[in-house]
Design a protein around this ligand. Structure first.
Ligand SMILES: Nc1nc2c(ncn2[C@@H]2O[C@H](COP(=O)(O)OP(=O)(O)OP(=O)(O)O)[C@@H](O)[C@H]2O)c(=O)[nH]1
Ligand SMILES: [Mg+2]
Length: 452
């Protein structure tokens, strides 16, 4: 039983109109009451806001509004008191220190949410979505996090588990009454139906979720090419500002230049890189290596070619590096006579641009939108696995489901199939946190901010 009382500043510490200090635990109300000059908080109704002062025994520290929320209808399912004080570092920290002096413990990262989970108010997918909601930068990522916070992912995962529970019960009957041959027949038929439909739905969830990771993480885009082809010019056109230096000297960009825009509700983060070529200059060499190392980390690769010059070895080297990564090939400088035969480029996405007039920039954006199905995402219901943890588990469940299917098809005894299905049931349960380890919780909540 966790019952020590924790405290944290829940708003960003800095200069602002208001700061909120949150206290949760068995002792939250008496503890704040000791430093509150106003109504007796022990006697006020739950979910009320109370005007008064925080006083350290010698003097008032601030004029405040104190919200009292009694368990169990609170975020942590414990008593919670929230102090709205004037923003500002001195005031906020003084009140925090005072509460710690009176016996509260500084909360660890994510500890309020961890308590909400441990006390059964939310499951793990909902807990994770709290952080996602705080961190979301776009409308789509907000929708994704909120859908999960509202329990939609949990419900979906649980619907899989319910179906499994039903067939597992049937298998048990079979094992207990083996003499009823026709029950086994029925069970096998039902098993086949359930496994097939579960596999289809789970596979669909995994595939869609992988595709939809860009909602949360954005589309990490790298712009590569040999020197002087116009990579930095492309970046600047996207960002609508002169962020990267553009000159006619080869090797202008040495280190990466980053920027991002919001694109149909999805963040497109762009990295302009050093032009790739053989060089003796150390700084440039490091830049080139960095450019190449980014290829594997990107969701989208834009290779820029200078269409007014014949392809040279450096271009071929780059094209070869990205040939399996579905890149967009940009034929830049299309205002000049073309020396590249487009039909000889074996790539699906090719756009021709001129960064001086913006010609081709819109088609380039449209190409990205259709590659990542951005208009489809807008119409989504946003029920997706939201992170690596959830995805890894879902894939593991899918594998066990596949094992069960093979067992069924090869007429293995039902109790063998039962083992696989139980495993699927358990793995799906660990997505929602039906079973968890302390280590997992520590790791998961360590990514939270203090006060949440
Ligand atoms: N004619 C023409 N010139 C362009 C175009 N785009 C860029 N340039 C010129 O090409 C030169 C190189 O442009 P950058 O954007 O610096 O090229 P880069 O690929 O970033 O070069 P590095 O940083 O050296 O690798 C500059 O002089 C630009 O003005 C274009 O569409 N048409
Ligand atoms: Mg450049």
């Amino acid at each position: 039983m966790i019952n020590d009382t924790i405290v944290a500043i829940s708003t960003k510490l800095g200069v602002g109109a208001i700061s909120i200090i949150r206290v949760s635990g068995d002792n939250a109300i008496p503890l704040v009451n000791k430093v509150f000059r106003g109504k007796d908080l022990a006697k006020v109704d739950s979910h009320t806001i109370n005007y008064g002062f925080i006083n350290n025994g010698k003097e008032d520290i601030d004029e405040v509004l104190v919200t009292v929320m009694k368990a169990p209808k609170t975020f942590t399912r414990e008593d919670i008191v929230e102090i709205n004080c004037h923003g500002g570092i001195a005031t906020t920290l003084s009140i925090l220190d005072l509460l710690i002096e009176h016996g509260a413990r500084q909360a660890e990262k994510g500890e309020f949410t961890k308590r909400a989970f441990l006390n059964g108010r939310i499951d793990l997918t909902e807990a994770e979505s709290v952080m996602d909601l705080i961190e979301s930068k776009t409308d789509n990522s907000r929708k994704l996090a909120l859908s999960s916070l509202e329990g939609n992912l949990k419900k979906y995962i649980n619907s899989f588990r319910d179906k499994l529970k039903h067939v597992l019960a049937n298998i048990e009957v079979n094992i207990d009454y083996p003499e009823y041959y026709d029950i086994e027949e029925v069970t096998r038929k039902e098993l086949k139906e359930v496994i097939t439909s579960l596999e289809k739905d789970l596979k669909n969830l995994v595939t869609k979720s992988e595709e939809r990771q860009i909602i949360k993480n954005g589309i990490k885009t790298i712009i590569i090419g040999r020197p002087n082809v116009g990579k930095s010019s492309i970046l600047n056109r996207f960002l609508k500002e002169d962020k990267a230096i553009v000159t006619d000297i080869e090797g202008t960009t040495r280190d990466i230049v980053e920027g991002s825009i919001i694109f149909d509700g999805i963040e497109l983060s762009l990295i302009d890189t050093a032009g790739i070529r053989d060089t003796d200059n150390l700084a440039e060499k490091i830049g080139v290596e960095k450019s190449l190392s980014l290829i594997d980390k990107a969701n989208l690769i834009i290779v820029v070619l200078n269409s007014s010059e014949e392809l040279i070895d450096n271009d071929m080297f780059i094209l070869d590096k990205v040939k399996d990564k579905n890149p967009i090939i940009v034929l830049n400088k299309n205002d000049l006579p073309s020396k590249i035969d487009k039909s000889k480029l074996d790539f699906k996405h090719i756009v021709s641009t001129n960064t001086n007039t913006l010609d081709g920039i819109e088609p380039l954006k449209e190409e990205i939108k259709s590659m990542f199905k951005l208009s489809e995402i807008k119409e989504d219901n946003y029920t997706y696995l939201a992170n690596e943890r959830q995805l890894t588990l879902a894939k593991k469940a899918l594998k066990s489901l596949g094992d069960a299917k093979v067992s069924l098809e090869t007429d293995a005894p039902v109790d063998i199939i039962e083992i696989d299905l139980k495993e699927v049931f358990d793995i799906l349960g660990s997505i929602t946190g039906e079973s968890y380890s302390d280590e997992l919780l520590d790791e998961l909540f360590a990514n939270f901010c203090v006060g949440k």
